[in-house]
Each structure stands twice: as C-alpha cells, then as structure tokens.
Write a new protein. Structure first.
Length: 437
C-alpha cells in the first residue's frame, strides 16, 4: 500500500513539473491544456484497466498475469501473488481431502455418511459391498429404502446407538454377518460403520463346538472310570472280575491319554513356524515305520501291499509327515474289515510326490467327506470308539499338510472303500539315490 501511494505521489509530482515547465515556456493556457490532456489520458487508462481487472476477477485464469506499466502493473502482480497463494492452499486442501478419502476407502470397515434426513451423502466401497449399495446411483437416497432389514430400520429410528447391531443374511449370497453401529456427528448427521464378522462368528462357533466336543469326549471315559471305581469300592468282587474291571479302566485311561496327546500335537502344529523347506525327509525310514505299524495293527487280518518309489522324497519335518501319513494308514486298517485289502503307494506324478492309501473298507457317505478333517468329527461314532479313534487324526493330517503346502483328496463310495491321496508341491519334491539292492 505504501508503494502504491509513493507511485501515485511520484506521478502527480511529475505531472506538476511537466505542467510548470510547459507554462514557463508556452504560457498558462498551454500548461492547463497539457494538464487536462494528461488527466484525460490517465482517466482513460484507469477506466481500461478497471474493466480489464473486472473481467479478470469475474473469470480468472490461473497463471495469466496481464502486463501494464506503472501502478496497474503492481496491482496485477499483487493479485497474481494472492491468487497463487490461494491456489496453493486450495490444492493442499484438495490433496488432504483426497488422502482422507483414500484412507477411508482402504479401511476394512464400511463407512456411510448420512445427512439430517438419513439420506446417503457418501459411502466407501466396503459399505457398498456390505449393504448392496451403489455410491453414484444411490446418492441422496434414503438408506432405509435400500437397506430394508427390519432390525436395521428399528435400530436407526430408535436413536439408541450405544450398542452395535448384528445383522445376519447380508452380502451377495445372504450368508454374511455384519456388525453395524451408528455414530451421530455434526448437525444431525450420522456415520454408519459396518464390519464383516462372518469369519469371527464362524471361529467362535468352532470354538464352542470344540469345547463341547472335548468335554463330551473326556466325559465318557471319566464316567466309566468313576463307575468302575465305585463298583470296586462298594461291591465284593472276585479276582477275575477285579482284573477285568482294571483292564477296562486302563482302556478308558488310555483313551483319555490319546485324546490329550492329539490335542497337544494340534496345539504344537498351530503354534510352530513353517517346517524347513531345505531339509530332506528320510522317506525310506518313514515308509518302513508305516509298514511295521500297519502289519502290527492288522495282525495278519488284512492284505496289505506297498508300491514305493525308493528314490522319491520330500523336504520338511520328518516327524510331522510320519504322523500325518501314519494316521491315514492307521485309519485305513481300522475301518477295513478283516480279509479286506489296503494298498499304500508312494510315487511321482508330473513332478509331484504323491502318497495314497486305498482300502476296501466301509466307505464314507459323500455328505460327510467335506467335514472329515474337522476336530472330533466322526462318520460313525460308535465304530470310531470301538477302533480306538480319538476323532483328531484327520485334523492333525490337515494341519501337517497345510504346513507343507500339500493337498489332501478323498474319494470314497459306501461299501466299496476309500482312497486318501496326498499331493506334495513340486517345490518340496526331491530325489535321492536309491538304496543298494
């Protein structure tokens, strides 16, 4: 502002000096004429630049600086600096807004913003998936016209948002479970946050089932043991009866011990890191153990055959692989009646090490196959207990194979036997020198 006053004062002084000089040489009239002409020119220039400034302010073009001499050049320069500063501030706000939107879009939770009439002002992509919305199509639509679940409508209209709402049957397949909570903000506006808790609900259900199954599995032998102890304490028994009861009690104690052992194995598998991928397993020893265990468990009642590629091996944990493959062989013998057949194969197929166990046993109903690896799941509970199974063997198999990136395939037909096939990845398949003849 001081510069503008200084330049104006300089212009007036220059005009006065010019007029004085003209007056001294040509007279007062000529000086007055020159002064009037100079003022007219200055007025015309001022009017021109005022109109130019008006047009510039009415339709500004960023980066365009009009050129002008004198005071108008200074005005245009100052306006350009001001516009540049404002433009930088606007860009900064836009960038912050863009980053804020990107952060909300990256959130795993759904976010929907409602106005004071519960109309959708904005929602992120997760909220679109959760409620079946379209951010562009459904803008300014009342949310209860789009999300018509009665419990959601009641929750929104009740204005009691301290607790979250659990909504079931959501998503494209109507199988998801959502946790929804509304947070009021601003002038009667609302923020609707949603979270998909389907997996959490499923895990919680599995945990409850697991606790119930463990309690049930341990309750049965404990009840038997308590009954035998009470009988032995209160009734006079012969030596033969006492020995028989002790044997039955030992069986039930062994059953509980096996259940606890398998549970500890599962806990260890879930808590440990990935098995080594550079440590070759001695499959000769593993298959030798499997053959010995199979012969011992069968006691000569089954036709057991082995097809072995002696040079084929895998990398990983030998103890875990022995446990998993041993469970498959043991199950095949337990669930195959006497005089049945069990065939074990260890071969290479298309660069993959493949272990398979085929039996001629009872077979498995097709509806039960997807659930075989669940803990304590049994196709026939009475038959499983009779054969000494804990219901955890195939769960251990599943965890071991997952840790070794292997896949389990089950094919079965009731009354005609089953085939369990384990396919190890090519990255874990290895070759070693065959044993000397």
């Amino acid at each position: 502002m001081n510069i503008i006053w200084a330049r104006s004062l300089v212009s007036v002084l220059l005009l006065a000096l010019v007029c004085s000089a003209v007056g001294a040489f040509f007279g007062v009239r000529v000086a007055l004429a020159v002064a009037v002409a100079a003022l007219l020119v200055q007025g015309f220039v001022s009017t021109f630049h005022k109109q130019r400034l008006w047009r510039l302010l009415d339709a500004p073009v960023y980066g365009e600086v009009p050129s002008a001499p004198g005071i108008w050049g200074e005005i245009y320069y100052r306006l350009h600096k001001l516009a540049k500063r404002w433009h930088a501030q606007v860009r900064q706000v836009e960038q912050q807004h863009s980053r804020f939107i990107q952060a909300i879009q990256a959130s795993p939770n759904g976010v929907a913003m409602l106005d004071d009439h519960d109309q959708i002002e904005w929602c992120n992509a997760i909220s679109e998936v959760h409620f079946g919305l379209d951010a562009r199509r459904d803008l300014r639509q009342h949310i209860t016209h789009l999300v018509r679940q009665p419990e959601f409508v009641r929750y929104l209209n009740a204005h009691r948002y301290d607790e979250m709402l659990i909504m079931r049957g959501m998503g494209a397949k109507r199988q998801n479970v959502l946790s929804v909570q509304v947070f009021p903000y601003g002038e009667n506006r609302k923020l609707v946050l949603s979270e998909d808790i389907t997996e959490l609900e499923r895990t919680d259900a599995m945990r409850r089932d697991f606790v119930a199954n463990v309690s049930h599995e341990l309750k049965t032998p404990l009840t038997v043991l308590s009954g035998f102890l009470e009988t032995m304490r209160e009734l006079p028994l012969s030596d033969g009866e006492r020995q028989r009861y002790l044997e039955l009690m030992e069986q039930q104690a062994a059953r509980m011990r096996h259940i606890v052992t398998d549970l500890l194995v599962l806990a260890k598998l879930e808590g440990e890191g990935a098995p080594p991928d550079d440590q070759m397993v001695d499959m000769r020893a593993v298959l030798g153990h499997l053959r010995e265990d199979a012969d011992g468990l069968s006691g000569g009642q089954h036709r057991i055959s082995f097809e072995i590629d002696d040079g084929l091996s895998v990398t990983g944990s030998e103890t875990e692989i022995l446990s998993a493959l041993g469970n498959l062989v043991t199950n095949a013998i337990r669930y195959t009646p006497g005089a049945g057949s069990v065939h074990v194969a260890w071969v290479e197929e298309n660069g993959h090490a493949v272990f398979s166990v085929a039996d001629s046993g009872f077979g498995i109903p097709a509806a039960d196959i997807p659930r075989l690896t669940e803990r304590f799941y049994r196709v026939d509970r009475s038959r499983s207990r009779d054969t000494g199974g804990t219901g955890l063997g195939l769960a251990i198999v599943k965890h071991v194979l997952q840790r070794h990136e292997a896949q389990l395939d089950v094919k079965s037909e009731e009354g005609r036997g089953s085939t369990f096939t384990v396919r190890f990845p090519a990255a874990r398949t290895a070759r070693r020198q065959p044993a000397p003849a």
